[in-house]
Ligand binder design. Structure first.
Ligand code: HEC
Ligand code: HEC
Length: 438
């Protein structure tokens, strides 16, 4: 009776030595509230067969490699408003890698601004430009991370001919001239980025592509395209879109946990995740593989003009969300549910940049009181209501957003050099100093 069987002792030792690998109660609980884990597992950037893509622009290594260079290449900043802006900006001026592919400041400004800082936070308007002349938009830039999982892009979902837009043909080209591109049925990104290259003042044609020494790379990426199509904004958009589809945050603690590594998240993070997928109900809207979704909802937040945005005002159609595109009263003030990875890399948050930290966002959802009084109560989502979390729960949920959803290795998506050899992501004099290019 008094002697322990050696076998029992061995059992206890094994139990303790495995304690780190074995799931604990929190793992079981998280498993239960998540349901089908495979739904949330993101592919890696080379698993082409698992990445959603456009049938007219299948992913290839060559297209992704070219798009990666173009996204960071200031040589194509060739339609700047003034000479001083030529060759100084890129897509990544507003989608900064170190800021989770968002600008390191509230609003993105490309042509018409100078400076970079550490993560894009010191970019500021150039004194040569007037506010209406710069390239800036009336909404906080969306991260392009995990955008392969977005069927209709932009805060208002206006691009793409499928999904939510299948029944919106009558407004293509009406509320926004660029959405006429949906008629080409190229895919949301492929269409949007043709417009994007024009909006962001970048010309791609045979002359500019040859001059900037990219001709061979376009030939390799698009061997089946006619010459006329191959050296164009369309081909550049196809390459950039392929690159964007490869931007996946598959190296986060939460992704590791989904794949079976129970150690990747702390108990606090797990408690936060249980709240997110469980009783707090974040996943009633944030439920796609990217933790965003193609739902449009109003949570009653302020607009960018109220938070220091330039080139925007109370009448900006962007303030109307989905309704600004469909022109339907029932869609007014509803915005696409955005993805949630690497948001901790740079605030502020929401389309109007009204909240500075992720904890502020969690507190806003917890209070459930709309801050924007122009949004009628009838438009607010029924899921937006007081959540009654206590202080500990608020902290746990915030830590889940900040840590578990952060991929620490986004540098893998940045080229080590680009063809022109120019300073990137920005190439104005001030940025060159900030970026140690001179
Ligand atoms: C001046 C800043 C700026 C520049 C430069 C810029 N973007 Fe953006 N980007 C934005 C803003 C702002 C939004 C959100 C606009 C909206 O939805 O109303 C956005 C949204 C996007 C989206 C949609 C993401 C989603 O989840 O729907 C994609 C894709 C994108 N940009 C790609 C690009 C590409 C490619 C380039 C270069 C050709 C580029 N951007 C250059 C500011 C910028
Ligand atoms: C009613 C659907 C809905 C619910 C429920 C919901 N969200 Fe959201 N969430 C949205 C929408 C829509 C936006 C964008 C709103 C805007 O900017 O106008 C958003 C934005 C966010 C943002 C900012 C993203 C960015 O790019 O700035 C974070 C972070 C976020 N939600 C986290 C949460 C968390 C945490 C919960 C649970 C407490 C939650 N959400 C519950 C719909 C929802």
């Amino acid at each position: 009776m008094s002697r322990l069987s050696p076998l029992f002792v061995l059992f206890i030792i094994t139990l303790f030595s495995c304690v780190h690998e074995a799931p604990n109660n929190l793992d079981y609980e998280l498993n239960k509230v998540i349901g089908d884990k495979s739904h949330y597992i993101l592919p890696s950037s080379t698993e082409y067969d698992k990445i959603p893509q456009s049938p007219v622009n299948p992913l290839t290594k060559e297209k992704i490699a070219l798009g990666n260079l173009l996204f960071f290449e200031p040589a194509f900043a060739n339609e700047a408003k003034y000479t001083a802006g030529l060759g100084t900006y890129t897509c990544s001026t507003c989608h900064v890698v170190e800021s989770g592919f968002r600008p390191g400041r509230m609003q993105g400004i490309a042509d018409g601004a100078n400076g970079y800082g550490e993560i894009g936070e010191r970019r500021h308007m150039s004194s040569l430009y007037q506010a209406h002349e710069v390239d800036a938009q009336g909404a906080r830039p969306l991260a392009v991370l995990n955008v392969a999982f977005v069927e209709n892009t932009m805060w208002n979902g206006s691009f793409g001919h499928t999904g939510a837009n299948a029944n919106t043909k009558e407004v293509w080209g009406v509320s926004d001239a660029f959405t006429k591109l949906n008629e080409l049925e190229l895919g949301a990104l492929e269409g949007q980025n043709i417009a994007g290259l024009e909006v962001h003042r970048m010309m791609y044609n045979k002359e500019t592509i040859t001059k900037n020494k990219y001709k061979k790379l376009f030939d390799e990426a698009f061997p089946d395209m006619s010459e006329e199509e191959r050296y164009s904004r369309k081909a550049a958009s196809f390459a950039i879109s392929a690159y964007l589809r490869s931007l996946l945050t598959d190296q986060t603690p939460f992704q590791d946990w989904l794949k079976g590594n129970h150690n990747s998240m702390s108990d606090q993070e797990k408690r936060g995740a249980i709240l997110f997928f469980g009783k707090v109900g974040c996943a009633s809207c944030h439920n796609g593989p990217n933790l965003g979704s193609m739902q449009f909802a109003s949570v009653g937040v302020d607009d960018l003009f109220e938070h220091g945005g330039i080139k925007t005002n109370i009448n900006d159609a962007r303030n109307l969300g989905r309704g600004g595109f469909t022109l339907k009263p029932e869609d007014l003030y509803k915005f696409r549910v955005p993805q949630l990875y690497n948001l901790g890399d740079s605030g502020p948050y929401f389309h109007g940049g009204s909240k500075n930290t992720l904890e502020d966002v969690v507190r806003y959802f917890n209070n459930g009181i709309a801050e924007n009084k122009r949004v009628p109560e009838s438009q607010l989502s029924p899921f937006f209501r007081p959540l009654n979390m206590n202080e500990q729960e608020i902290k746990d949920l915030t830590v889940f957003l900040e840590k578990s959803l952060r991929d620490p290795n986004l540098q893998r998506y940045k080229p080590t050099s680009i063809v022109s050899g120019l300073c990137f992501p920005n190439n104005d004099l001030e940025s060159q100093i900030d970026l140690d290019c001179r």
